[in-house]
Ligand binder design. Structure first.
Ligand SMILES: [Zn+2]
Ligand SMILES: [Zn+2]
Length: 245
């Protein structure tokens, strides 16, 4: 045998799959059959491709093709991938998600025995799109507005006073934003600087209420019908916050 032929021979022992006739040079084996026939025998449902959506803002991902399944960590994505593979009597663990090669690597362990393990690479259909929160924000859908304003009837006498009030409002806005993000890390907030104060638009009324309560801020609340969508009434809540003086 010539030397270059020797290099090509990966397996010392040639095995032929009794089901499909391929050899272990062409396909990986498990026991005496090729991996594909082994899996077919186990009635394993491994998807030929998994859709992995990544938000263009890089904040959330979704491997379940379900608009409610957006998650923030790779750990959760790996769990979603593992859960999409159903095999009776086997444990599935997703070991790696490789975006460059666009594959997910999964281990399938039979009968709880590490020696009885096969590793599969599943192609990923990676698409960059918008997550639930960013979809809302792009549509201009905000559930609440927080309006931070000077005390009622306040009029500055000097430019220093005016400057001081501007700073107080800015500090209050920063504090509220940190509280909102602590309550709901993926909340969408749009900050708007106005002449009369600052407006914060948020994607969740429940989280806004919680964040303001945590800060012990006295609020005046009003709820307004904003629009109708598919027969559902959508309300937008306005929270007015006045700086104490
Ligand atoms: Zn085979
Ligand atoms: Zn997003």
């Amino acid at each position: 045998m010539k030397e270059e032929d020797m290099g090509k021979r990966k397996n010392l022992r040639i095995m032929i799959c009794p089901k499909c006739g391929r050899s272990n040079d062409e396909v990986a084996f498990h026991g005496f059959v090729c991996i594909d026939d082994f899996l077919a025998e186990k009635k394993m449902k491994i998807p030929s491709k998994i859709l992995l959506q990544i938000c263009k803002y890089q904040d959330k991902m979704n491997a379940r093709n379900n608009p409610k399944a957006w998650v923030v960590s790779w750990r959760e994505i790996m769990d979603q991938i593992a859960n999409s593979i159903k095999i009776g009597g086997a444990e599935v663990i997703c070991r790696d998600v490789n975006l460059e090669r666009k594959i997910a690597v999964v281990d399938v362990i039979f009968d709880g025995d590490e020696k009885n393990k096969i590793t599969k690479e599943i192609p990923l259909d990676v698409r960059y799109t918008l997550c639930d929160i960013h979809t809302k924000s792009v549509r201009g859908y905000y559930e609440s507005i927080i309006q931070i304003r000077p005390p009622e009837g306040w009029k500055p006498e000097t430019s220093e006073e005016e400057e001081q009030m501007k700073n107080d409002i800015k500090r209050k806005a920063d504090k509220i934003i940190s509280s909102l993000q602590a309550v709901q890390p993926d909340i969408y907030i749009k900050r708007e600087q106005l002449k009369k104060g600052i407006d914060l638009y948020t994607s969740s009324t429940a989280s806004t209420f919680k964040a303001l309560s945590l800060l012990g801020i006295k609020i005046i609340r009003s709820k307004k019908l904003w629009t109708m969508k598919e027969g559902k009434e959508l309300y937008r809540t306005t929270f007015i916050i006045r700086i104490n003086k």
